[in-house]
Design a protein around this ligand. Sequence first.
Ligand code: C2E
Ligand code: CA
Ligand code: CA
Length: 890
Amino acid sequence: MTGKAETLVKGLRQVAAAVCCALVLCGGALHADARDVLRVGIRPLGDGGITQDAQGNFYGLETDFMQTLASYAGMDATFVPGTWEENVARLDAGDIDTIAGVPQSPPFLGRFIYARLPLGAAHGDHGLMMSIETQHLVTPLYYVMRPENGALFARLEQANDNMAANRPHFIDDLARMYRERTPIPVLRLTADERAFLQQHPVIHAVAVLRERPYAYYDENGAFAGEVRKLADRIAYDLGVMVDIQTVESHEEAFHAIADGTADIVLNMDWDISYAETKGLSPTIPFDTYYYTVVKRRGSDLAHPVVACLDSRMTDEVLRARYADEQLQTYPNIEAGLRAVQSGAADLMFLRQETAQYEIWQGAFPDIVSDGTVVFSRQESIGVSKRVAQSLLPILDKEIGYIGPNVLKDYLATHDGGAAKRLSLRSLIYAYPFYFLGGLLAAAVVALLLIYRYIRVRRRHTDEIQALVDTDSYTGLHSHRWFEHGAAEIAAAPLTDGHAWYVVAFGIPNVDTITGMYGQETVSRFVTKFARALERAPWARLAATHASIGHVLCLAATADAEVLAEEVRAFKEAQEYIAVGAMNVHIRVRAGIRALGFPPMDIRKALEQANLAIHDEEDDVRVYNEEMQQEALQKSQIENLQQVAAEREEFQIWLQPKYDLKTKRCIGAEALVRWQSKELGFLPPGKFIPLFERNGFISELDFYNLEHVMKYQKARRAAGLPVVPISVNQSRYHMQEQGYLARMEALVTRYGTDGVELELTETAFDLASREQRENALTVVTALHELGFRIDMDDFGSGYSDLTLLDALPLDVMKLDRSLLLASENSDRMKSVLARMTDLGHALGMTVICEGIETEEQEQMLIACGCEHGQGYLYGKPMPQEAFATFLETHM
Ligand code: C2E
Ligand code: CA
Ligand code: CA
């Protein structure tokens, strides 16, 4: 029977192929003629809008879209730039065929006809009159034409439908390319905003329950989904509690806002004017939902009955398309789909993910979706007018900070799961038998239909599965695929003491690299890296997660350290990529996590491997429990830093410097300590490296320097003895905007008397020549401002002796490592002596740090070193203790 069916299918295919051939030939004949030209009016804007290159080509969202649309319509596009007024006049006169990128507002509305689907969207006013409040809003843009030009309009609309069906993500990709606001790198709140959050430690939120995976109750009865994820991020980033009350309908949400039990509505897609009437101001959108049509297989009605939900979207979008009597309201999606399945309604508009989910579930076997995006809605948070003035800017910033990818990634990875795959498969197998039982007696034609149904159905499922299993950036296996594969392989025990490990490779500063070289380069790098990994003998299941710059694999080893060395050698050989004529070095770190047996959850293992990646100490790390602890402490430190500064928890301690011969105190070094209410007493090694990475070091160093300058000025004014105090300056400042201006202001206020700056050698150990020159300029300027400059940690690394010539240095501070090395090596002792000579020859004072014993002191004196610092003379001590110390040791 199946054989017969196959023969029939083959026959049908041959007929179809013949028809296709004929069509292609026809098309070919048409194409031989010169193509029609589509004249498009555009408005060059610069900065995210349309730009023109040296060859006169236009680049931009609108032009890319229209160009592609013209190709779909078998035409060539030419672009005519002009102002709105010029474009309108030209379109009126028939000098151009269409204007691209037009919002639904005067002077176009009512006069010209609009494309049915938007080609993109603009943030803010897009050069047309819109009020300040609408700046937050996203305005959909269309192409417009004269009503007289109906034939061409129909041709373009046909092409547009065709294009939307074949490239459902096209406008999305264009928007990403030209319009996407990249996430804000740090969330900086103003003092007022922070104060507001402190006064409002709980944000009362209401969430409107929707379908999976947006806002729903999961199997355990917990509120879950994208909206929950958003609320969690807000709570984490802003350090507040988000108290969520769930409601079934928008009306209930409005009530909660009106009676003051809620400050925000977490999910709303209403336009601003409607939201305003409900006492709400919308934030910038945190996500865009794409809607698609689902219908009963084969239903193709001129006047369909549309199943819709009672929502704002229904009012706006559906009422514009359909007559009232065609709209049939249902309480939820399932009821709507049941109606479509049974024929009570004909079609329904659903979010793409929802449609996919429902069809996967297989509960509505007669319902299909063609995947076409029909329209899109922006989802924002609605902020109650009571608190909007303070809270709206905070949430806008926060949404910008979260960026567009986090929530999208969540939707993409949500809910797949092996279990579902199994249930889906079994449904497909189960379904034909259910049918078969009833239709055994029926004719071969009926069986053929079922057979075809299974084929289409399976293809559909396989396509969806393939999407999930493929990383769209690289076309290679995705992290989802890796998770399934790794779980399967690691379920079998290994012999010879071998065990399974997941290895995650990551680019630590992927955002910077993407900013400098583009996503394309990062994707290319990730692809190259993963391809090489596929060939590595120790690695299995190479996969990529290119949107975050990750590559994954599985490995078996008896010794994690051996694996770590293999991983290190591999990644070091792969850290290069050609960009044009340049060979760019992209640093990669790796984290390794043992799976154990029976194997732990792969996703959890990957998370922990990521933790190991983010550990700064070594490029390749094997995960251990302490990392979890450290990561926690790091995030605590970062959360508390600002508050600590405000509470003045940072203290300056002073460590004496001595004249080795006279044994008197001749100066001090300022060293910071953090007496934290929450974390206890912290030495600088615990927080300075972190602050150098998140930029907070800038605040801290200024605070310390100003403090020391004040301290010296006060002592002078009181007639107390003063010794010079040196203050450490991070390498971070060498590239910091506005650093010199701030230093100048401090000098004007306090003078530089009795203040020195310590800079470590590594401040000049910089990537580019330009950065290095910057650093030299900064130090020269500091010297000219009147600061004495100490070269700290001299001799700790590979000292670049040319620095001694290029920089105006006053003090050479020998590193403790030199001292330790000299203790049992005569050769090192003479190196130390020569270094001291060198310093003197260049007119510098030489000081050695870390002196703990009298033997060390004697050796230094023998080498000709004049000053010293170390526990032998005094440990760093609070200022009051130092003041007392000075009285007897100066
Ligand atoms: P550093 O500038 O090399 O400071 C010298 C470090 O050696 C200090 O550690 C000091 O307590 C320690 N030390 C002093 N004498 C001896 C000794 O005889 N034996 C031994 N074993 N150690 C000795 P501390 O205070 O933990 O500071 C560590 C680093 O933190 C400093 O290294 C400096 O790079 C950084 N740091 C401290 N305060 C600041 C600051 O205000 N700003 C910046 N940017 N960095 C700071
Ligand atoms: Ca120092
Ligand atoms: Ca030092």
